[in-house]
Design a protein around this ligand. Structure first.
Ligand code: NG6
Ligand code: CA
Length: 500
């Protein structure tokens, strides 16, 4: 009898859709490299709170963003579609219109079907509105039109105007008598720029980032007005973290019987790197190290909130990054000079913007104590693009026809019942790459082999490239010439996926 009970219990546990769906928290960091956290070998900063997710869950060492920059990765995470299939999904300007339209199925809209309440807090960078956006009017469409119940967002990035938060459909704290104007084509208003007034800057720009000065930092693009609504970079981690914790608190107080989805998108560790004074100087790596320490604090606050509400056991926490690391991304913040022995991309070649593994192979930590064995490691190939189909599988809600076409249901991979994950994955940078098992094929790419501004290898080459990551994780030996049939197979498969 006991054996029967335990057999039935095991069968129930192993069916993928669960009766009591977990809360889901995705912590989607900006520009954090695989090796930037101490549990992945980072030496310049200790990240005990981030490490805790791995210690109490699983460290996926072959986990990917779908692209080596932000907008396409975020697009794929939410829609389950490769961004290169859709025009207009490159790095979005600060005034881009909504890239994910209300007719689309997203992680949030799908979870809503199973009763989840969702909030997105922090970086958006997926465009807002339909026409040229008026920041002084209600803003729509936006996150609330693609499944989120509430939002508190940085519309684009910390280094682009407008430097204000958007709460639901309006700029937070805006004084209507001081309207916001934004331009990416030329100066507006009479605010000083970084180009003309470097003496006003608390951090100098290096490339780009020389337009309107906000809070002593010059940005990409021009902005005037909206003074009462402008963010203070030093406070950003506090503001966003408090919002995230408040969402959890309020959810517990008012919607206890519903699960929630928190999509927490810190500004850290993107440029400009401006830590709160309590984190300034806590590492030897300058601002880039200090904002990793700040990020670790934010993560700790969220984990603590889950503990306090006794939600830890049945909350799926995913910690990952939208692309690989970069040191000098446009400001003189000593990231290069002070890196020391810390290797942001870990064992992988390249970084942000790169077709080499460093572009998309990012921290990928998953904790769900009810289902995932603590302290695990997995080398299964998995991508953020799989969240949509995997969560749909988890809640037992089929995807509508045509939705999430590149997303795979990998719940069993996440819970470690499957150790293989994807058969193959397309990685997007200036050119496309295909991963299949230990093999990495990089399609010929036009453009320079090195992005000189950021000093990162792009992976572009007129030649076909093939690497065996099992023996050569650093992609140093191009085997294309000695393994012609493998190259042909992978090239054909990539073409087929592109044509699908
Ligand atoms: C680049 C910016 C870089 C960063 C990036 C977007 C310049 C010269 N460089 O164009 O600083 O903002 O866009 O980063 O302007 S991402 O993480 O949002 O993709
Ligand atoms: Ca990014």
């Amino acid at each position: 009898m006991l054996r029967w009970i335990s057999l039935v219990a095991t069968l129930l546990l192993n069916t993928v859709a669960v009766a009591d769906p977990p809360n889901i928290v995705i912590i989607y960091v900006d520009d954090l490299g695989f090796g930037d956290i101490s549990c992945n070998g980072g030496r310049g900063v200790s990240t005990p709170n981030i490490n805790r997710i791995a210690e109490e869950g699983c460290n996926f060492r072959d986990g990917h963003s779908s692209a080596a920059t932000c907008t396409p990765s975020r697009y794929s995470l939410l829609t389950g579609e490769y961004a290169w299939r859709k025009k207009g999904t490159g790095i979005a300007p600060g005034d881009a219109t909504a890239i994910i339209t209300p007719d689309r199925t997203t992680v949030a809209s799908q979870l809503k079907k199973a009763g989840y309440r969702s909030s997105v807090i922090g970086k958006w960078h997926l465009g807002l509105g339909t026409n040229q956006i008026d920041w002084n009017q209600p803003i729509s469409p936006g996150p609330l039109d693609i499944g989120f119940d509430e939002c508190f967002i940085i519309p684009a990035t910390g280094d682009r105007v407008p430097c204000v938060y958007v709460e639901n459909r309006a700029v937070a704290g805006l004084d209507p008598s001081d309207p916001i104007t934004v331009s990416f084509s030329g100066p507006i208003g009479d605010e000083p720029t970084g180009l003309n007034h470097p003496e006003l800057l608390k951090m100098q720009w290096d490339h780009g980032h020389n337009a309107t000065i906000i809070n002593g930092i010059s940005r990409i693009g021009f902005m005037s007005g909206g003074k009462s609504a402008r963010w203070v970079d030093e406070d950003m981690a506090d503001v966003l973290t408090q919002r995230a914790v408040r969402f959890i608190d309020q959810h517990v107080a008012t919607h206890k019987n519903q699960p929630f989805f928190l999509f927490f998108n810190p500004h850290d560790i993107h440029v400009p790197r401006v830590p709160h004074p309590r984190f300034a100087g806590v590492t030897t790596m300058g601002p880039r190290g200090d904002v990793i320490a700040e990020l670790d604090w934010s993560v700790g606050e969220i984990l603590r909130s889950l503990d306090q509400h006794q939600l830890t056991q049945n909350t799926l926490v995913i910690f990952t990054s939208d692309n690989g690391p970069v040191l000098n991304d446009g400001y003189k913040d000593e990231a290069v000079e002070k890196a020391g022995k810390h290797i942001p991309s870990g064992p992988w070649r390249g970084g942000k913007y790169s077709a080499f593994e460093g572009g998309t192979r990012v921290p990928f930590l998953v904790r769900w104590p009810a289902k995932i064995q603590a302290g695990s490691v997995s080398d299964a190939l998995i991508c953020q693009i799989d969240f949509l189909a995997s969560f749909s599988e988890l809640i037992g809600e089929p995807l509508p026809p045509g939705a999430g076409r590149d997303s795979l249901p990998l719940m069993r991979t996440l819970t470690l019942e499957d150790r293989h994950g994807r058969d193959h994955l397309v990685e997007q940078a200036a050119t496309l790459s295909l991963r299949q098992g230990k093999w990495k094929f990089i399609a010929p790419g036009r453009g320079p082999a090195i992005n000189r501004q950021v000093n990162i290898e792009t992976g572009n080459s007129p030649e076909l490239q093939l690497y065996d990551l099992a023996t050569d994780p650093g992609e140093t030996q191009n085997l294309a010439k000695s393994n012609v049939s493998r190259v042909q197979e992978m090239q054909a498969l990539l073409k087929k996926i592109e044509g699908n």
